[in-house]
Design a protein around this ligand. Structure first.
Ligand code: CTP
Length: 413
């Protein structure tokens, strides 16, 4: 269509109804409106009463280029575009931020305010970007509401972990506008991984030494969890197999908790045959204690030698299957990153390897940011230092690109 030659956003010309509910993250919804509009979306904004306590409707009117609807059955608003007309106009309804209260209303099917009524009346896909205090998010009432809404086919984007307006830290923060835009593009473009099944491992493993001790590593699981979320946002059915970490599994993802490398190995091999793509993001222990003492080891000896034996290489096992999924490994290196990463790509017969530096001040293990150098047999790409959730979105897009490119060659897996 356009003569610009730039690739057009999947949101171009799409009718997006943005519902803003009453949370501090409402200010981010203003930036979200601007970004959706700049990607070509037609925007209509509906605000709840509480939302207007945080941001004025005029802000959204200016950014969306359309009047903002705030009241059900208001004679003036109804004569402009009534609530049923608005519900029909929308090709997608996005509630951002979605408060705990609004999520509860949706679950109950209430229609006493304009936005609730619209959600009930619209047949367009409904997507929620929750934002609330971490305890409100974790509360069983909210979790139960979210489960029911998901069963009804309502999608959730986020929330993510992080510092909150209330000063606490934890899950409950609304995704950043740019992440929401990208996820929405995926949902309109059908998602780059739509219809595919993705198996992801994350976190460290723990290898028991005796009844109370174990060997482990500093992996936080953040990269693997961010990949699980990004893959789900790209339309994939995602299974996440994780060692012990302090993170909540992303919404909409099948979750399997494991502890040891051996448990992870079993969990992966029992599920991998259903998967199109395998991503080994876990920092699997390479060695385990040869013997596990049943009781606590006492400090009677002056020194203690531990004998360690190799664990199963899960990634190599997956890559050795036939047929096998598109197999992606990670490599953490302190030196000669490219040599080692390419060596592992070839030695383990992988389709792709994502390498990162460790032992440096920025990025890698136990950090919020990362940079990756990604290699595949006939190419490479660098993903510069960014928040792990952004890096994850970029890596998932690259995996999708390579997966589809391979799919069209004569190369059967
Ligand atoms: N991996 C695995 N099973 C193991 C060990 C590692 O599946 N027992 C996977 C990790 O999930 C990761 C990749 O292999 O995707 C890491 O490769 P590996 O060769 O183990 O890297 P390093 O541990 O860094 O290897 P080395 O010590 O040789 O540098």
């Amino acid at each position: 269509m356009g003569a610009s030659g730039l690739s057009m956003s999947a949101l171009n010309g799409k009718h997006i109804l943005l519902g803003v509910t009453g949370g501090i993250a409402a200010y981010k919804a203003a930036e979200l409106t601007r970004q959706l509009k700049s990607r070509g979306a037609e925007m209509r904004v509906v605000m709840t009463e509480a939302a207007q306590a945080f941001v004025a409707p005029l802000t959204f009117q200016a950014l969306s280029g359309n009047p903002v609807a705030t009241h059900l059955l208001d004679p003036v608003e109804e004569s402009a575009m009534g609530h049923i007309a608005l519900a029909r106009w929308a090709e997608l309804v996005l509630i951002a931020p979605a408060t705990a209260d609004f999520i509860a209303r949706l679950r109950a099917g209430l229609a006493g305010d304009l936005l609730s009524a619209l959600c009930l009346a619209s047949e367009a896909p409904l997507i929620l970007a929750p934002a609330m205090n971490r305890a409100m998010w974790a509360n069983p009432a909210t979790q139960d509401n979210v489960r029911v809404l998901r069963e009804r086919g309502i999608r959730l984007l986020g929330p993510e972990e992080g510092e909150q307006a209330c000063g606490e830290t934890g899950p409950g923060r609304m995704l950043e506008p740019v992440e929401l835009c990208e996820a929405l593009e995926g949902s309109f473009g059908d998602g780059s991984l739509a219809g595919l099944s993705v198996l992801i491992t994350a976190g460290p493993t723990r290898e028991p030494l005796d009844a109370v001790r174990y060997l482990s590593n500093r992996s936080s699981g953040k990269m693997g969890y961010a990949l699980a979320r990004a893959a789900a946002d790209a339309g994939a059915r995602v299974t996440l197999i994780s060692g012990p970490v302090a993170l909540m599994p992303p919404p909409g993802v099948e979750f399997v908790a494991v502890e040891t490398a051996a448990e992870m190995h079993v969990a992966v091999l029992s599920r991998v045959h259903e998967s199109d793509i395998y991503i080994g993001a876990a920092a699997v222990a390479d060695y385990r204690p040869a013997e596990v003492a049943q009781a606590k080891i006492k400090k009677t000896a002056a020194s203690l030698n531990l004998e360690l034996t190799r664990t199963e290489d899960i990634l190599a096992a997956v890559a050795g299957l036939s047929p096998r999924p598109f197999t992606v490994g990670f490599a953490a290196e302190t030196d000669r990153l490219e040599d080692y990463a390419r060596g592992k790509l070839a030695a383990k017969n992988l389709d792709m390897i994502a390498a990162n530096w460790v032992g440096r001040p920025q990025g890698g293990f136990d950090r919020d940011e990362n940079s990756l150098h990604v290699f595949w047999p006939d190419g490479e790409r660098e993903l510069p230092l960014a928040d792990k959730s952004r890096i994850a979105i970029q890596l998932i897009e690259l995996i999708a690109e390579r997966f589809h490119a391979q799919d069209t060659t004569e190369n059967p897996r």
